[in-house]
Design a protein around this ligand. Sequence first.
Ligand code: TXA
Ligand code: MG
Length: 316
Amino acid sequence: MPIVPATPDAIRRAAQALARGEIVAFPTETVYGLGANALDARAVAKLFAAKERPRFNPLIVHVQGLAEAGEYALVNEVARKVAEAFWPGPLTLVLKRRSTGGIAELVSAGLDTIALRAPANPVAQALLAKAALPIAAPSANRSGHISPTTAAHVEVDLGVRPAMILDGGPSPLGIESTVVSVVGPKPSLLRPGAIPREAIERLLGDQLAAAEAAERAASPGQQPGHYAPRTPLRLDATTVQPDEALLAFGAHVPHGARLTLNLSQSGNLEEAAAKLFASLRELDQAQASAIAVMPIPPTGLGEAINDRLRRAANRG
Ligand code: TXA
Ligand code: MG
């Protein structure tokens, strides 16, 4: 089995595998990523195959920091300010791509922009440093499935085995990075994520624009049907049926579900984000008629949690 504890030796071998054009799954602070050398178009093509992902879905390139970002993209003033505040961390910036950077065209799926992120997870950082390469890495799930927050999730979900799955324990944040485009006249939020919108708006002293329709289309990870469990979801549930599974939130939980998992008894949104995908997976196994989901407040991390839940409910 390719799951390997992320020791320094394993990280060194994973870096060598990346340099040879192989794909490697690795932990980040948000979710597990499925990585390939972003300079190697064939390696990137392998990624799309492993994810069974529609071709024209651009990938996030993971870098060590701002200096590397500048090799592959035009880092404007707003981008620098946001990156200085939130990198390393769960923030992805969509920037104008430098044609001289050497990133495979396939990574941006033909767009003239590129999504970059410097992860905070020490294993991800060590892998980036050892490989000394930009690493293209979507979440390590099969396309349309729930993002993996453990090495075991990666292993059960992917049809094609990566060369290695570096096990760095459960992802502490549990929800993907916030994606902000700084390409247009005003920074815009393309995907709510682990950094709340409010934190970025406070830094900028301005509201993030809603993504333009064209940019949303260019960010197809935002299709409504993304992140779907097999069991239908019923949102904003305040009661529950005996044949339903319940995704609960808070201290006051209706009784009588076939299986109940509480995202956070104390109503803490960070705890809820960290447990969201693993809980959806477990409830999906319960042979329930539906997964009833209790209301979750829409502010802070609640924006990203509600976004993922709406997508999971919309299996169009
Ligand atoms: O937390 C995360 O972001 C994880 C970890 C592994 O870093 N990665 C992740 O990647 O969620 P992925 O491929 O599942 O989602 C990437 C998102 C998608 O919504 C994609 O459409 C958007 O970023 N994206 C990538 N490049 C883009 C670009 N040039 N323009 C607009 N959106 C882009
Ligand atoms: Mg994904």
